[in-house]
Design a protein around this ligand. Structure first.
Ligand SMILES: Cc1cc2nc3c(=O)[nH]c(=O)nc-3n(C[C@H](O)[C@H](O)[C@H](O)COP(=O)(O)O)c2cc1C
Ligand code: SF4
Ligand code: SF4
Length: 674
């Protein structure tokens, strides 16, 4: 027998109040992909072992990370009076301190204390005072991070989860009224194109077939973007609730969440959330005792970038080869299994419940004239502090950089790459004048995109960055259009040749032709793939001319391999012996007591310079260097290191295709789960 919302809520409130004010203190580990990458599991296991061995009266549990990834691994302690405090970065050495802290044995706050999430400890500042969070006005999308165990549906329900769905049933809102509320809120699709969500739902609602599909696009393929993952791992039910409301606003009866298989934790959390929602009668037949039914399942993608494009994604769901197809027909007319379909991004769906709960005017409290609400951004690259921020539209880029502690090693800010490989990049002279607002980026030939903000220092070389992204778009082309697969190959070849020191005057004109030809590709992947190249030639013209005409490379460490050589500047540095031993090609030799480097067979791995930075220097003196015929890609084939040496993207943000070149999955789909 299905229960009504209020019965579910009453049970959830009891469970949540016990969790929020436990009988014994509880240590919760932030358990998400970023934390796992930072070594959380090992510390968690050691702490659990100690608690059992020493019979401490302390519970343990998990929460999702608070978004301060530079302080990972994070731990929260909830004390018996309901106070919750966040700590990090935690190491195994802190285990005793944490146990004593939980037991109330410490006189002073631990030096790893970050802030108080809620409660009343006068000696600890509240979390909103934390320097990394100074640009956040209010956590709306991320309001449950740190405040729930994401695996427990009752925690979500107790924090007003599924209240919006129930209100729609109680108030008997029509599909039109739902769409109007969403349209009035000004919510624009968070997948990067910013199409008004309410309007898009209108296309599906007018279709009159028996089956209509709602698809959540959780492919998140842009390097540097992990905002969707944060939501799936941290608050999975908000996405499910958004989809149920979307179904009510469009009369869809079936739904899919398409998640890349590189996101195993997001997949398992979403699956658990779906199973729990089914078991409480929140999904399936007669949701919350209404006449409305909606079925939802997960599809795992194999990580092909173009399967994030909605028609490629639909093809992949159908077990067809994951290739974007020609539009029209648009998905609203012919989508999954040729039925009318609507595709929305994870963050778009996660925004829906709060809009329906609080109203469109509330949602518009934040934002700018052109776009309303808050947006999640994942910030990485050459910044001192990487992490997630939920920001109102309109925040200045320079403020974001300052809040992240500035550029690593206090180097100058060279460029901003926002929104992934199709969205371009802008020099600091322009990016530093912009606010986070889509039109401002467009005016300069770039896009804000889906939420990744990668800051780049002046140690990166524009040509190498360009080569990196050229290789990416070439690898990820599905191969349907000659313009796209051929054009991107030619573009990559040109940049590879330039980086080998063989740039030609006519390259610029040829790149221009390629850029224009790519516009005649079928989908946005091909059309937008020359964006970075266009930005390089126009915004980084000095770098381009230096490499092509003056044969000089401005990047640090090993950048354009044909334009740089390594020289030894201190023969007496003790590190040189180690550098000689580590060199994979044996190109560093000691002859008659003197070290030499032979550039002819040096593969420009940069290991020696990293080991002996005072003794070995990179110079680019306008001469083209001899180099091996075959040089491995500086950026690995499988995009594990999708950045030049100087740009470190948070490890867990690397989300792209794990299939190496030539092994592209036929369907783009790994398997299906119910
Ligand atoms: C090559 C390519 C990759 C894309 N990848 C994604 C993605 O990973 N996630 C996403 O939501 N949208 C992606 N999009 C945009 C989708 O096609 C679609 O516009 C979006 O999912 C619509 O959702 P929204 O209206 O909520 O933004 C991609 C587009 C292209 C051309
Ligand atoms: S533009 Fe590129 S990715 Fe898009 S359909 Fe054509 S070949 Fe495929
Ligand atoms: S860059 Fe790599 S291959 Fe070249 S000399 Fe240094 S260690 Fe050897």
């Amino acid at each position: 027998m299905q229960q009504d919302y209020y019965t579910l809520r009453a049970q959830a409130d009891i469970e949540y109040s016990i969790w929020s004010q436990p009988e014994k203190p509880r240590i919760d580990f932030a358990y998400d992909t970023s934390s796992i990458a930072s070594g959380t599991e090992e510390i968690m296991n050691k702490l659990n072992e100690k608690l059992i061995n020493e019979n401490h009266q302390i519970e343990t549990g998990v929460v999702a990370g608070y978004g301060l990834q530079y302080l990972n691994p994070l731990v929260q302690i909830t004390f018996t009076d309901g106070t919750t405090v966040l700590y990090g970065p935690v190491t195994s050495d802190n285990i005793d301190d944490l146990i004593n802290e939980a037991l109330g044995n410490n006189r002073n706050p631990l030096d790893i204390t970050i802030g108080m999430l809620h409660g009343n400890r006068n000696d600890i500042p509240t979390i909103d005072k934390h320097s990394f969070l100074q640009l956040e006005e209010e956590r709306r999308l991320t309001r449950n991070l740190g405040f729930i165990d994401p695996d427990l549906i009752n925690h979500y329900i107790a924090r007003d989860g599924y209240l919006a769905v129930n209100s729609i049933f109680e108030k008997k809102l029509t599909d039109e009224e739902i769409r109007k509320e969403i349209s009035d809120s000004g919510l624009a699709g968070r997948g990067g194109a910013f199409f008004p969500t309410g309007v898009k739902w209108g296309f599906l609602s007018s279709a009159s077939t028996e089956d209509k599909y709602l698809v959540c696009n959780a492919d998140e393929g842009d390097p540097g973007s992990w905002v969707n993952r944060i939501l799936m791992e941290g608050d999975p039910h908000s996405i499910i609730e958004g989809m149920i409301i979307g179904a009510l606003g469009t009369f869809a009866n079936k739904g899919y969440i398409y998640i890349r298989s590189e996101y195993p934790l997001a997949i398992s959390r979403m699956q658990k959330a779906i199973d729990d929602a089914y078991s409480l009668g929140i999904l399936g037949q007669n949701i919350l005792r209404s006449n409305f039914s909606f079925d939802l399942r997960i599809i795992k993608g194999a990580g092909a970038y173009v399967c994030g494009e909605e028609t490629g994604l639909i093809a992949s769901i159908q077990d067809s080869r994951g290739m974007p197809r020609i539009k029209p027909p648009f998905p609203a007319n012919s989508g999954v299994f040729f039925n009318p379909t609507n595709v929305n991004n994870v963050e778009s769906f996660a925004s829906i419940p709060m809009i329906m709960r609080n109203g469109s005017n509330w949602y518009k409290e934040y934002g700018v004239e052109s776009i309303s609400g808050t947006k999640l951004f994942s910030i990485s690259g050459d910044v001192k502090k990487a992490g997630i921020m939920e920001l109102p539209w309109g925040v200045k880029i320079t403020d974001v950089l300052e809040t992240c502690g500035g550029i690593s090693n206090n180097k100058p800010f060279k460029a901003l790459q926002a929104g992934g490989p199709l969205a371009g990049y802008l020099p600091s002279s322009i990016a530093g004048t912009l606010e986070l607002e889509p039109n401002q980026f467009k005016e300069h030939g770039a896009l804000v995109g889906s939420g990744g903000l990668v800051f780049i220092s002046d140690s990166a070389c524009s040509i190498q960055l360009n080569l990196l992204f050229s290789q990416f778009v070439e690898d990820e082309s599905c191969g349907r259009c000659t313009t796209c697969h051929g054009g991107n190959q030619r573009m990559t070849e040109i940049f590879r040749r330039i980086s080998r020191g063989n740039g030609r005057i006519e390259d610029k004109a040829n790149l221009d032709i390629i850029g224009n030809t790519l516009l005649y590709s079928n989908c946005v992947h091909g059309q937008a793939s020359p964006t970075i190249m266009k930005n390089t030639v126009s915004h980084f013209a000095d770098d381009y001319e230096d490499c092509v005409i003056n044969k000089k490379c401005s990047g640090d460490v090993c950048s354009c391999p044909g334009l740089t050589k390594l020289i030894i500047v201190d023969q007496f540095d003790k590190k040189l012996d180690e550098a000689m031993n580590i060199c994979p090609t044996g190109m560093i030799k000691k002859i008659n007591g003197k070290y030499t480097i032979n550039m002819k067979d040096c593969i420009r791995c940069g290991a020696c310079i990293e080991l002996a930075p005072e003794a070995i220097k990179k110079v680019s003196d306008g001469t083209t260097q001899e180099m091996p015929e075959f040089i491995p890609r500086i950026f690995s084939e499988n995009h594990k290191s999708l950045t030049p040496h100087s740009v470190l993207i948070e490890p867990s943000s690397i989300t792209t295709n794990v299939l190496v070149r030539g092994e592209k999955s036929l369907s783009g789909m790994e398997n299906m789960t119910i």
